[in-house]
Design a binder for this molecule. Structure first.
Ligand SMILES: NC(=O)C1=CN([C@@H]2O[C@H](COP(=O)(O)OP(=O)(O)OC[C@H]3O[C@@H](n4cnc5c(N)ncnc54)[C@H](OP(=O)(O)O)[C@@H]3O)[C@@H](O)[C@H]2O)[C@H](O)CC1
Ligand SMILES: [K+]
Length: 497
């Protein structure tokens, strides 16, 4: 699903209105009809419609007219004395001409009238502010929002919950807490925050009759990855395939201190369907790891066969638990400087590259890096606070500069190849525990090994990893890495049909 900000909406609107001669009232009517489409009339038949004086209010007035024409009960309120936008006024006048009463809320005393009605109708429709919210909400607007939220009634917000910014998550003073938000054309960037669903409720994005090529003209290629997209990427397995078809995946990971990281990375690869997984690790821990796994072959990277293994791999995951040391650096430097299969670099593989980023840039291999915020900070020299604030731009720029795929972990993990940006929609805080990232690294290498193109493999893996966590966390207080490993193949199977 496309993600966008208020500038994108302005550009699209201007083009439609000025270049295509689509009257803005047509767009407003389409918007209103899409709001109506999202109302469950088996449950809701009477409506309190609360309007601002901009185009969001105009949408709400058009919704009111549509509902009135369907013989629904409507109580309409306009807030404030601000002059109306052109299209808001057009819809206001139509309702007046139809003889539909519209009440105004200007002073605190007027709120009593609103309060009296709020609980009498089935639903509140919020059309106070949309993408034009420009400053802190106070005065009568704040009081109305307080009444709406206190009412306990079902609330549907038009485009954005009034009070929420569109461009990055933020509440300007106060905000409607909706049960459902019907947003137009694009998923607003402001919705991308773990706190936003407290205000948006369920989000539905509806097209309002703008041709796709017009949206594409201005869209910055930022997408939200949801189940629908994943189902179109993931392939069902042919009945008559053999293990060679699903790739030889090598995992270089682990050290005396961190055997778990090596184990989990390799299990991520095994349990997501890699044909053959070989775990290469420090000599001293080979035996321990051998006793832990059955499906994975284990060897030391000091072994003579190591170089050949690297040559014959279809993908390689490197880094988890290796230690930030010279030995790790030498192994990575050697692999990066030779042409060959795609690589997934994580954890210590990234730490040792901190001051050697040219190795990334000059490598002929396809590379995916999977830093968390701290690792990204070390790679870029940008402090964590700023990375969190500008995650998308920083990930995209880094990806472009080094010609690699970046998966930046966190709430709404970001995946980018420098051109397109994909934002993952799965995962939750119950998964915040050790070893989660190691599994993800293994899954990505596994899907690349299975023949998925690296960007697609990375998008797929991030989604699946979080999706398994989301499903498990419905019944669990916390979800650990081993739970994810255990459920992986079952849940991936469910996504293939
Ligand atoms: N392509 C589309 O997606 C379409 C969307 N539509 C709808 O239009 C709105 C955006 O409409 P716009 O008129 O730009 O903005 P708003 O309705 O959100 O609000 C603007 C008015 O609100 C005043 N304002 C802003 N902040 C405050 C505040 N804190 N307190 C009081 N008043 C405020 C603002 O006043 P100014 O003095 O700043 O001018 C405006 O009066 C979008 O969200 C969709 O719902 C179109 O209908 C179709 C195309
Ligand atoms: K709104």
């Amino acid at each position: 699903m496309k993600i966008g900000n208020s500038q994108l909406i302005k550009n699209i609107d201007n083009y439609c209105i000025n270049d295509l001669d689509i009257p803005s009232t047509v767009l407003m009517e389409n918007a209103a009809l899409k709001v109506v489409k999202n109302i469950n009339f088996e449950k809701f038949n009477s409506f309190t419609i609360i309007c601002g004086t901009g185009n969001n209010g105009g949408d709400a007035l058009a919704v009111a007219r549509q509902l009135f024409s369907m013989n629904m009960k409507v109580d309409i309120f306009i807030i404030g004395e601000h002059s109306m936008s052109k299209d808001c006024l057009i819809n206001y006048n139509i309702l007046k001409n139809m003889g539909v009463p519209i009440k105004q809320i200007v002073k605190t005393q007027d709120i009593q009238l609103l309060n009296d009605i709020l609980n009498k109708n089935d639903m509140i429709i919020d059309g106070i502010f949309g993408s034009g919210l420009a400053r802190n909400i106070d005065g009568i607007y704040k009081e109305v929002i307080k009444s709406i939220n206190k009412s306990g009634m079902y609330i549907l917000s038009i485009d954005v919950p009034s009070g929420m910014l569109c461009d990055s998550f933020g509440i300007l003073g106060s905000c409607v807490k909706a049960n459902k938000t019907v947003s137009f054309e694009v998923y607003k960037k402001g919705f991308l925050d773990y706190e936003s669903d407290k205000y948006t409720g369920e989000i539905v994005v509806e097209s309002i009759g703008i041709p796709e090529y017009v949206v594409n003209k201005f869209h910055l290629k930022e997408y939200l990855v949801q189940k629908k997209e994943i189902k179109s990427i993931i392939k069902k397995r042919e009945k008559y395939s053999y293990k060679g078809d699903f790739g030889r995946v090598s995992v270089i990971a682990g050290s005396k201190k961190y055997t778990g990281a090596a184990y989990l990375t390799s299990q991520g690869a095994v349990r997501s369907g890699a044909g053959l997984v070989t775990l290469c690790t420090e000599k001293s821990v080979v035996e321990i790891l051998q006793s832990k796994t059955i499906e994975t072959m284990i060897m030391s990277y000091e072994n003579n066969d190591f170089k050949e293994l690297i040559l014959n791999s279809d993908s390689i995951a490197i880094g988890p638990g290796m230690g930030n040391n010279e030995n790790t650096f030498n192994i990575i430097k050697d692999i990066l400087s030779k042409d060959g299969c795609p690589l997934v670099l994580d954890a210590d593989a990234l730490n040792v590259l901190q001051h050697n980023l040219d190795l990334l840039k000059n490598s002929k291999r396809k590379i995916v890096i999977t830093p968390h915020i701290g690792e990204m900070g070390r790679l870029t020299g940008i402090d964590s606070k700023n990375i969190i604030k500008n995650r998308i731009d920083i990930a995209r720029d880094f990806s472009k500069k080094y010609g690699i795929i970046v998966l930046l972990k966190g709430y709404n993990t970001i995946i980018t190849n420098g051109e397109e940006v994909y934002i993952n929609s799965t995962g939750n805080s119950k998964m915040a525990s050790g070893g989660m990232g190691d599994i993800l690294t293994g899954i990505i290498a596994s899907f690349i090994g299975q023949g998925y193109e690296p960007l697609k493999a990375t998008i797929l893996s991030a989604f699946i990893h979080g999706y398994v966590g989301d499903i498990l966390s419905k019944d669990m207080f916390c979800v650990n890495a081993s739970h994810i490993v255990e459920r992986l193949p079952y849940i991936i199977e469910n996504l293939t049909y």
